[in-house]
Design a protein around this ligand. Structure first.
Ligand SMILES: *[C@@H]1O[C@H](CO)[C@@H](O)[C@H](O)[C@H]1NC(C)=O
Length: 339
């Protein structure tokens, strides 16, 4: 979520009952990449990767709640920012992603200064089967908000407003085209992570189901109301990994936990999901504080995790960083430490 002033951090601390009407610290989410050779639907996500550097870390710039995707040879980024435009950043080089091309979509009136945590995902347009970019914009007032879908084939050519998703009350949306052939939207309603099936990238189908809530001591370390937010997924082998963020984004306790599900299980069944209860999988380290609200993407050579974090003890502004990830023998994603 965007860095608001300390004023409403105090409000947040003092008046948890007012959560329903306040613009809350919201965070953002992520993308699915794919590279599972045995699962054919994922092959279409594999970009060429030609000419890309082999670097393993990136300092992208000021910002938070990144959503990043690699699509047709370019990286695309959206992030939380106020104002009257949604900005889509594009570059063929990760290091220059926030300083190269920028495209602006003029926000509809109700979204002005009211956008948090947008995500960008590769979607399949049901009308012609082509791949496009879907931008899932969180509008957080009234809290926990609504999700608007904006589609683009090439941001230089324009954007199409597909409207708000029906039946979704939340923020931090993340759209996933699953190897089982269905599509799903993950999002947060602040206290819990939700999933809802999608009949196409801008149409929900049926009702949402809760797949996680904050219950563990390290998910509630800051003494704030329980938070599970910013779902981001990455598949490796037969394992669907979901990284989420817990605690308050403005605190040093903001961190990430991990859920996993077998790709052959039904993601709409809460019992398909297992939370790693042993502790956070990504947290403050190396002077980088409150890392979280991240996104997964692949450039065809490596799989990456990008996230926001504070880079100084006073926690004035956040920066977006990216680093490569690995997987353990259970195909669980290993994020390591923020660097
Ligand atoms: C669907 O979402 C709403 C709002 O977040 C929540 O109250 C409800 O419990 C969810 N439904 C299920 C079945 O979890």
């Amino acid at each position: 979520m965007r860095l608001h002033t300390g004023k409403w951090l105090l409000l947040f601390l003092a008046v948890p009952a007012a959560l329903a009407n306040a613009a809350l610290p919201v965070v953002r989410d992520a993308l699915t990449d794919a590279a599972t050779p045995a699962v054919s639907p994922w092959l279409r996500y594999l970009p060429s990767g030609v000419g890309l550097s082999q670097q393993s870390t990136g300092r992208l710039g000021k910002g938070q709640d990144p959503g990043i995707v690699f699509f047709r040879g370019s990286y695309y980024l959206v992030q939380a920012a106020g104002g009257t435009f949604l900005t889509v950043f594009r570059s063929s080089d990760l290091q220059t992603l926030m300083t190269d091309e920028q495209f602006h979509w003029e926000l509809t009136k109700e979204l002005v200064d009211n956008v948090e945590a947008p995500d960008i995902d590769i979607i399949t347009d049901p009308t012609d089967g082509s791949q496009k970019l879907g931008i899932y914009i969180s509008r957080v007032r009234p809290f926990p908000g609504f999700i608007k879908v904006v589609v683009t084939d090439d941001p230089a050519e324009g954007f199409e407003d597909k409207g708000y998703l029906k039946g979704v009350s939340g923020y931090d949306a993340h759209y996933l085209e699953h190897p089982n052939g269905n599509a799903y939207l993950f999002y947060s309603d602040f206290a819990t992570l939700q999933i809802i099936q999608m009949s196409d990238p801008w149409t929900t189908q049926g009702s949402n189901v809760t797949i996680s809530r904050a219950t563990l001591p390290w998910e509630m370390e800051d003494g704030y109301p329980p938070i599970n937010e910013a779902p981001a997924t990455v598949i490796s082998g037969e394992t669907l990994n979901l990284i989420y963020s817990a605690n308050n984004w403005a605190s040093v306790y903001y961190l990430c936990g991990r859920l996993t599900a077998d790709v052959n299980s039904d993601p709409m069944d809460p019992s398909s999901w297992t939370k790693d209860t042993s502790g956070p999988v990504f947290k403050s380290a190396n002077g980088l504080l409150g890392p979280g609200s991240g996104t997964f993407f692949t450039n065809g050579l490596q799989r990456w995790w990008a996230y926001g974090c504070f880079t100084d003890p006073s926690r004035v502004e956040r920066h977006i960083r990216a680093q490569t990830v690995s997987f353990n023998s259970n195909e669980e994603v290993v994020l390591g430490e923020p660097v």
